[in-house]
Design a protein. Sequence first.
Length: 116
Amino acid sequence: EGEALAVQREIATWFACPLLRQITRRVVVDEARHVALGRRLLRPLLDELEVEARASVYHRLCRLWHDSARAAARDHGGSVFARVAPLAALAQRWQRQRRALVRLGLVDDGHPAFAD
């Protein structure tokens, strides 16, 4: 949801049509609600997980994010996603996602198990 929110924020700047901008802003608000709900639901669950389990979840998310982002950029060269997230920008976008996982409490930057 965080990535969808970032993409929608970017798309909102592209439209000259006031109605399309308004619709896109409403989509952004809805995506932000999804992100907030996910954070509220996950935080207490993460507190119950051992470090090894959190590391496993983190590594699976890392692989899933990278695989999905590369596939979307590769398979949809003319798509909105490719315009917002070209392959050259994926490392930077992953770092933003990683920081979000740190803030959520899934990972601890200082722990070697969480190195990419």
